[in-house]
Design a protein around this ligand. Structure first.
Ligand SMILES: [Zn+2]
Length: 110
């Protein structure tokens, strides 16, 4: 639910200058490490916007896989189940490249 709140806050900020416009479509990008189930997010979103100006608005969810880069051998690898060990050299130190996103990528207004 807190993710929905964070998204709605972003929507409110983006639409502040357009009080007469209706939001028809919201597109978001969510990294795999957020552990969001799209169906659950859509369900919570629909419940949260009911009887608000955003009622009836569509939510499109784009999920990004998590990737990290090994600090030792520089290999870029997919992070699965929060497992950050390098599959090539076994090092545990790595930098997260993607996976933590929670971004509003676009809004369609009418
Ligand atoms: Zn490595």
């Amino acid at each position: 639910m807190s993710i929905v709140e964070a998204l709605l806050e972003q929507v409110r900020q983006e639409t502040r200058g357009y009080p007469a416009m209706r939001v028809r479509n919201i597109r978001v990008r969510i990294g795999a490490l957020r552990l969001v189930v799209p169906e659950t997010l859509t369900f919570c979103f629909t419940a949260a916007v009911r009887d608000t100006p955003l009622d009836g608005c569509r939510l499109d969810i784009e999920q990004l896989p998590a990737e990290a880069r090994c600090q030792k051998c520089r290999l870029t690898f997919a992070v699965e189940d929060n497992w950050f060990q390098c599959p090539r050299c076994g090092a545990l130190g790595s930098d997260l490249l993607t996976g933590n996103e929670l971004e509003l990528t676009s809004l369609d207004l009418k």
